[in-house]
Design a protein around this ligand. Structure first.
Ligand SMILES: Cc1cc2nc3c(=O)[nH]c(=O)nc-3n(C[C@H](O)[C@H](O)[C@H](O)COP(=O)(O)O)c2cc1C
Length: 206
């Protein structure tokens, strides 16, 4: 059992990294493997809408995105932790998620997702909703906690004072492990649910 963790912060040992420690503590206790990828200062460009991925599995830009798609394929769950920038997720993490989910065509059904938004003061619920959209358009169940997963702090390590946020992270991680284990059993017993080819309808007239 494995989880891919995306740290959307450019800062080393920032508040996102501190919250991730709570998650990985639970994963270690529960014997769940994990791999962390930090956006950091990497040059992750946005989607160019070039259409390459319509005819290929993967993105035309050869940075880390295609590798991450492989890692997601091998994982049972995915966590995204992002700092809030202007009421939204950090732009680099959005570029990463747009390209990762748009260009990779593998089956992501029943991989469990969990998102966390980290801020000084505001924008966490909008960011939480924004991040969960990547999971919920991909038939990925979302592990939830006891709040709309957030954590508060401005300077590095200030999140240490947010005991509730850190506790909620541990609770969400335990719920995520439970869901991943339950889904693994369910897959064995029943297989994945029957699926259908997408029927595309558009709101374009004329
Ligand atoms: C460009 C920029 C925009 C930010 N916008 C917000 C914001 O909209 N709301 C907020 O509460 N904090 C905002 N912050 C503060 C960060 O969310 C906060 O410092 C957070 O702890 C950073 O997480 P990290 O330590 O993991 O990088 C902003 C910080 C930066 C650098």
């Amino acid at each position: 059992m494995k989880v891919l963790i995306i740290n959307g912060s450019p800062r080393k040992e920032g508040n996102s990294a501190r919250l991730i420690k709570e998650l990985t503590g639970v994963f270690t206790e529960e014997n769940v493997d994990f791999e962390e990828y930090q956006v950091g200062a990497k040059d992750i460009r946005g989607c160019m809408a070039c259409g390459y991925c319509y005819t290929h599995d993967g993105c035309v830009v050869k940075d880390d995105i295609n590798e991450l798609a492989k890692k997601l394929d091998e994982s049972d769950g995915m966590v995204v932790v992002s700092p809030v920038y202007y009421g939204s997720a950090n732009g680099s993490v959005i570029s990463l998620l747009n390209r990762l989910f748009y260009s990779s065509h593998s089956d992501k059904r029943m991989k469990v997702g969990a998102a966390f938004a980290i801020a000084r003061r505001a924008g966490t619920t909008a960011t939480f909703d924004e991040l969960n959209k990547y999971f919920t358009i991909n038939q990925m169940p979302v592990a939830s906690g006891r709040y709309w997963n957030n954590g508060f702090g401005r300077e590095k390590a200030q999140i240490e004072g947010d005991a509730e946020g850190l506790q909620n992270a541990r609770i969400t991680a335990r719920n995520m492990v439970f869901l991943m284990k339950s889904i693994a059993l369910g897959k064995e017993a029943y297989g994945l649910p029957k699926t259908e080819e997408t029927t595309y309808t558009h709101f374009i007239k004329g």
